[in-house]
Structure formats: structure tokens, C-alpha cells
Design a protein around this ligand. Structure first.
Ligand code: TMP
Length: 208
């Protein structure tokens, strides 16, 4: 591999991204493949501060548009500081959420629509898309029941209809980019979810 490989994980709340990430990283370690992991919003000092503002400072009013712009501000920084340098160094970059999450949560959940998100995508990373996106899909209600956080963050505190729109927008994205976005049924066992994800990754490596 001369240039790196960009893999993103997506899905609604409680879909099991964190667990899957562990399976993928141990698979990469076993094969001595060099990788980094990052997350969005987050992944750099600035972007982690944006994350804290957006998710945990619930007393701060944030408009849907401001939320979208801050997601992309964090993303611009993460791209510059973390993602692009690692790809340039030939690494695998595993990113826990990326721009598809903005289409799903701000475009769908917050009803801003996909055109506005696409405009920002065209500004922030016109030249870069993930090589592979693993979308962990499950019914919104199942995800929320799995999550049942004691202290939900600002987005987790949203209503069921919001998460239904998030799921619908993710599935719409997957229908528009079937080559890149692979839907994995997140209601399967942890083992099955992991093996299906790894299959997609192996296929990607073979095609490169
Ligand atoms: P998580 O990484 O623990 O799932 O939390 C991130 C939260 O931020 C999650 O609720 C989804 C949300 N989010 C957006 O709303 N838009 C985005 O562009 C990204 C990256 C995340």
C-alpha cells in the first residue's frame, strides 16, 4: 500500500461501534498492519473541545446550523492534524464517525437537508472520501434501549422520531453509495457483526 486506507464506522446510538472498533484493531494488530484510530467530533485538542461543547454543555443553546458548522470545524481540524497525515504516511485510518454522520444527524435528524451538508463537504474535503464505510444498522428503538445512558448527552436526549430520521438518512446515504457504504445488521451477534466487517475490510485490501 502506497497511500493509506480510510475506513469509517457509522451507525445510530447503541449500534455497537465501540465494540466493533476493538475487533477491527485487534485484527489489524495481528496482521501487523499500521493504523491509527480517531473519532468525530474529536480527534484533536480543538476538535475534542468542540465535542465537549456540542455533547456535554447542555445548558448552551446551539442551533442546528451552528451544530453542523461546528461538526465541520472539528472535522477540518481532524483532517489536517490527524487523518490526512496518517493517510499520507500509508496508514490505515479508522475513524469512528465522519461526514456521513453529519448527513444523518444534522441533515436528517435536525432536518437541515442533505444539500447544506453536501456544500460543507465540498468545502472541507472535496478530494477525500472514505475507502470503506461500515454502517451498523439497527432499529432506532433497539439502539436507544441498548444505550439507556444514565446521563444522556445532548444528542442522546433527542426523541425517537429524531433517531428514526437519523437511521433513514444513513440508509439513504448507503443506497446512494453502495460501493463505499456497507450495511451491517447490528442486531446480529457481536461475532457475526465483527466477521462481516472484517470480510469487507479484507475485500478492500485485496482490491487496492
Ligand atoms: P459517539 O461518537 O459516541 O457516537 O458520539 C458522537 C455523537 O455526535 C453522536 O450522537 C452523533 C453525533 N454526531 C453528529 O451529530 N454529527 C456528526 O457529524 C458527527 C461526527 C457526530
Amino acid at each position: 500500500m502506497t497511500t493509506g486506507t480510510f475506513i469509517t464506522l457509522e451507525g445510530g446510538e447503541g449500534a455497537g461501534k465501540t465494540t466493533l472498533l476493538l475487533h477491527i484493531t485487534s485484527w489489524l494488530i495481528q496482521r501487523q498492519i499500521k493504523f491509527i484510530t480517531t473519532r468525530e467530533p474529536g480527534g484533536t485538542r480543538l476538535a475534542e473541545q468542540v465535542r465537549n461543547i456540542l455533547l456535554h454543555q447542555q445548558e448552551l443553546p446551539v442551533t442546528p446550523q451552528a451544530e453542523l458548522l461546528l461538526m465541520f470545524a472539528a472535522r477540518a481540524q481532524n483532517l489536517a492534524e490527524t487523518i490526512r497525515p496518517a493517510l499520507a504516511a500509508g496508514r490505515v485510518v479508522l475513524c469512528d464517525r465522519f461526514t456521513d454522520a453529519s448527513f444523518a444527524y444534522q441533515g436528517g435528524g435536525r432536518k437541515l437537508g442533505s444539500a447544506m451538508v453536501a456544500q460543507l463537504e465540498a468545502v472541507v474535503h472535496p478530494d477525500l472520501q472514505p475507502d470503506l464505510t461500515l454502517l451498523l444498522d439497527l432499529p432506532a428503538a433497539t439502539g436507544m434501549a441498548r444505550k439507556h445512558a444514565d446521563q444522556p448527552d445532548r444528542i442522546e436526549s433527542e426523541q425517537a422520531a429524531f433517531f428514526q430520521r437519523v437511521r433513514d438518512a444513513y440508509l439513504q446515504r448507503a443506497a446512494e453509495a453502495p460501493g463505499r457504504i456497507k450495511i451491517i445488521n447490528a442486531e446480529q451477534t457481536e461475532k457475526k457483526v465483527a466477521s462481516s466487517a472484517i470480510e469487507h475490510i479484507e475485500k478492500l485490501f485485496k482490491s487496492k
